[in-house]
Design a protein around this ligand. Structure first.
Ligand SMILES: Cc1cc2nc3c(=O)[nH]c(=O)nc-3n(C[C@H](O)[C@H](O)[C@H](O)COP(=O)(O)OP(=O)(O)OC[C@H]3O[C@@H](n4cnc5c(N)ncnc54)[C@H](O)[C@@H]3O)c2cc1C
Length: 375
């Protein structure tokens, strides 16, 4: 199956202009070593994404700390300082960290401009477009997070190529596997378009290698992109109004080792606090079904599923979740799934490793009582 370019344009016009997270796309030049290896053996692209050197997503907190700690390490170009007031560690620090965090990074491109102070998808897509015009990269890859999914189709439309989204396996330099029908079928896609081949990668499908395992002693060169050569209005088409984000001490839902999810059965935002308490005790992230989000129990950035976040933690605990396919699409790759539901026929039990038929209003208080306090 190959995407028709029209699909790109369609997607482009439908993308919402919503910023859920400050992120940076990083684009880089495959090193000489990798180029040689790939020309000897195209199968080398089967290596996990964290060894697949095309791009990566830089997350807010990591950038704010002046260092890069993303699961997918391969990169690139730290194109933007993400802090609201620019008082945090500098873009230069982030670029320096990118330059030394992985042996496959052969170049870091840094875009420093007040036009890029805020993570506007339009500006970023334009930047990717402009960088590609100068660099002629064969592949541009980003993690399948909200921001990557916001930018990549836009950049692809500007470059007149069709992006391939949610890749879970790389079978060749132009052959990829991606889920369809809410994860119920896998589709092998061959990209036959012109360069660049643009991908969003489902990072839960690739192992995370700690940055320290990849650290290098000789940093890759950092080049500053001369944005003035791109023209006055090249990246000036949208306006930043405000950013709303949740400050939480809990682990990020997308990367958490343990996720505790509540469904519609919780009945109210007040009752949902039981899920939050349990998550606190277990050092877990909180997730929710769409029904729980739609009912207003929790904000929609906690939604797990086809139209929410894709998670694959070590442990996923679902309380009062029926297990609709749209929900399973977001969590079925979890290592161990525990489900508590009072209906023994609930579909969630078909994917659960451990199931308890019971009333969550009895089970959760008992768990809270028996679990030790978090130190
Ligand atoms: C296009 C589309 C996209 C969607 N995307 C998503 C998505 O991303 N994520 C998502 O989650 N959904 C998504 N949905 C919605 C999905 O189809 C389901 O409606 C939703 O997941 C149901 O949520 P739920 O399990 O909380 O609620 P319900 O289906 O109502 O299930 C509640 C469950 O709780 C159990 N229960 C009730 N009381 C108790 C109790 N006291 N103790 C224990 N168990 C109890 C019931 O037996 C039942 O199984 C999408 C739907 C569509 C059409």
């Amino acid at each position: 199956m190959v995407y028709h370019p029209l699909a790109t344009r369609h997607r482009y016009t439908k993308v919402n202009n919503v910023f859920t997270k400050l992120s940076s796309i990083i684009i880089f030049n495959p090193s000489e070593e990798l180029r040689n290896r790939n020309s000897r053996n195209a199968q080398s692209f089967q290596r996990p994404f964290n060894h697949f050197p095309c791009s990566f997503k830089l997350q807010t907190s990591e950038h704010e700390g002046g260092s890069i700690n993303a699961p997918s390490v391969s990169a690139v170009e730290a194109a933007k300082s993400l802090s609201d007031d620019n008082s945090g560690p500098s873009l230069r620090e982030a670029a320096e960290h990118a330059a030394s965090c992985h042996p496959y990074i052969s170049q870091v491109l840094m875009a420093d401009s007040d036009k890029l102070t805020y993570p506007l998808a339009e500006s970023w897509a334009r930047l990717v477009h402009l960088v590609q015009q100068k660099g002629s990269y064969s592949h541009i890859v980003t993690a399948s997070g909200s921001f990557g999914k916001n930018i990549l189709p836009r950049a692809a439309a500007l470059l007149d190529v069709s992006p391939i989204t949610d890749v879970i396996e790389i079978s060749g330099s132009h052959k990829f596997v991606r889920p369809i029908y809410a994860g119920n079928a896998l589709c092998t896609v061959r990209y036959t378009g012109s360069d660049p081949c643009m991908l969003t990668i489902r990072s839960t499908s690739f192992p995370v290698v700690p940055i320290s395992d990849n650290a290098r002693s000789d940093a890759a060169p950092i080049s500053q992109i001369d944005l003035s050569t791109f023209g006055e209005d090249a990246i000036d088409k949208s306006r930043y109004i405000k950013l709303s984000s949740q400050n939480s001490e809990r682990p990020d839902l997308g990367n958490a080792r343990v996720v505790i999810t509540g469904g519609r059965a919780l009945k109210s935002a007040e009752n949902f606090k039981m899920i939050e308490k349990l998550a606190e005790k277990l050092g877990a992230a909180v997730g929710a079904t769409r029904a729980a989000v739609d009912a207003g129990f929790v904000p929609n950035d906690l939604q797990v599923g086809q139209t929410g976040k894709i998670v694959a933690p070590e442990l996923y605990m679902a309380f009062g979740v029926s297990g609709a396919i749209q929900h399973l699409a977001g969590m079925r790759d979890s290592k161990v799934i525990v489900a508590v539901n009072k209906d023994a026929d609930a579909p969630i039990f078909q994917v659960a490793d451990y199931g308890l038929v019971g009333d969550l209003f009895e089970v959760i208080p008992e768990l809270l009582e028996k679990l030790p306090e978090k130190k």
